[in-house]
Design a protein around this ligand. Structure first.
Ligand SMILES: [Zn+2]
Length: 474
């Protein structure tokens, strides 16, 4: 049941916080009242977007405000790219790790914020207990264990359902239960408790007809047992201190890998960790205070934009400190607007320069065009060229790090973005080859009546000559 008072209070906070029309917020709040327990436990932005008939990006923004208002809780979880199983115990950003192991596929995965880290939400504990018992049935258990964005091939689904999964059982802490199985000689089984990352191998061969295993907080008390063929009984003691799920699987990794290679699953679009780091709303609503100092997470394809102001020293000399300061402040407002409008985030400011990040190069370039247009309009309104903006963009791998209690990006991609910005004169946008390669970027350049003038440049600190493009008005 939803606590009506807590819900009312949180709804009021949402109306105060979120810059959306009231009817839209009301429709959003209506959905909460009819959520089934599984959705209270995990409310994906995709599900909600469909319910309230909004696009995924806008829904995600709305959900961020709902977190701030105390209606929702946000979770960060990595999923295995092969099977879609979620790594449990990673609910917070600071619990994510660079690599993780999938107990089901027996694979080491590199954790990239683009593709593997998904953001989900649940109802805040103050609003309602989810009343969702993931261990009640096999269906609930799989909902709990797997990303709902994975789309498995028919072959993979059939294999899991008909062959691999033999038995499922949920056991209360301190309790025991038995799985009965008809063992075939030579079979190798796995007994898994995925949410505990626990695994035990069971050989069907010459052993006894009954075996007993115990799950403790650190995992199973042994790695392997052998049982005889024919009817076997596996007694499971749950001493882990919490309710747990157990699955008995036929271990046929060769067959599983063959299916995965032939018909790999794909993931429907979901709200990724990368999109969150590139959201100005996220950065403004949740200033990061408690991140570990050694945080470093991989992003496979990050777009970075740098800007600088032309001759700001002269500007201060010419107009005086107070007037110049006002101008620079106004310029920051214009830039921040452009970044927000195009789904990006201001990572930091350095003097009169900014560093911004975007999910896609096309977003970054659109923001760059808007910045130039806004600054031109501002100069026109003043009757002279007060401000001259120089912009550079690059994309590539980067590491998200905690620098001075904020989420920064680090790596050669960032260095190159700064260097290519250094080539720009006032009013110019410079981009690198990987940015120019994006078809959406090329469409935008033409659409804005610009030409990309190619050249080669030696960028400071980088040995090889780089292909760079200056965007000029046609
Ligand atoms: Zn897996």
């Amino acid at each position: 049941m939803i606590d009506p008072n807590a819900f009312k209070l949180a709804s009021k906070r949402l109306f105060d916080l979120a810059p959306w029309p009231k009817p839209q917020l009301e429709r959003f709040l209506e959905v909460f009242k009819e959520l089934e327990p599984a959705r209270r436990y995990r409310l994906s932005p995709n599900y909600l977007a469909e319910k309230i008939n909004l696009d995924l990006a806008t829904t995600a923004e709305l959900m961020l405000f709902a977190v701030k208002a105390g209606l929702l809780r946000m979770t960060w979880a990595s999923h295995c790219p092969s099977c879609g199983s979620l790594v449990h115990g990673m609910g917070e950003l600071n619990q994510l790790e660079q690599n993780f192991y999938c107990t089901l596929c027996e694979l080491d995965n590199s954790n990239e914020l683009d593709d593997q880290v998904e953001i989900n939400f649940s109802l805040a504990a103050e609003i309602a207990e989810p009343n969702f018992d993931p261990f009640r049935s096999y269906v609930d258990y799989t909902y709990f264990l797997f990303s709902e964005h994975i789309r498995r091939s028919e072959e993979f689904s059939c294999y899991l359902k008909d062959k691999a999964f033999q038995h499922y059982i949920g056991i209360d802490p301190g309790e025991s239960a038995t799985i009965n199985y008809q063992g075939q000689p030579g079979e190798l089984l796995r007994l898994l408790s995925l949410e505990n990352d626990a695994r035990i191998y069971i050989d069907i061969g010459q052993g006894p007809g009954q075996g007993e295993v115990t799950l403790r907080p650190a995992g199973f008390d042994c790695n392997r047992i052998e049982l005889g063929s024919g009817p076997v009984r596996i007694i499971i003691n749950n001493q882990s201190g919490r309710r747990a799920g157990f699955m008995l699987l036929l271990t046929d990794m060769a067959k599983l890998n063959q299916i995965l290679q032939k018909t790999p699953p794909y993931f429907a679009p979901f709200l990724s960790g990368k999109q969150m780091l590139n959201s100005q709303h996220f950065r403004e609503l949740f200033p990061v205070q408690s991140l570990p100092v050694d945080l470093s997470l991989k992003v496979r394809d990050q777009c970075i934009l740098f800007t600088d102001l032309k001759g700001s020293t002269e500007l201060y000399g010419k107009t005086g400190d107070i007037a110049a300061y006002k101008l620079v402040r106004r310029h920051f407002e214009l830039l921040t607007d452009a970044v927000k409008t195009h789904r990006g985030a201001i990572v930091k400011t350095m003097g009169d320069a900014i560093m911004a990040s975007f999910n896609e190069p096309a977003d970054g370039l659109e923001a760059a065009f808007m910045m130039i247009e806004e600054v031109n309009a501002f100069n026109l309104s003043k009757g002279e060229e007060k401000l001259g903006l120089k912009i550079g963009l690059h994309r590539g791998r980067a590491i998200a790090v905690n620098a001075n209690q904020s989420l920064d990006f680090f790596g050669q991609t960032v260095n190159l973005a700064a260097r290519v910005q250094g080539l720009a004169q006032a009013g110019e946008i410079w981009i690198t080859e990987p940015v120019h390669q994006d078809p959406k970027v090329r469409q935008l350049i033409t659409g804005h009546h610009f030409d990309a003038k190619a050249s080669k440049a030696h960028l400071k600190g980088i040995v090889q000559e780089q292909a760079v493009f200056c965007l000029v008005k046609t």
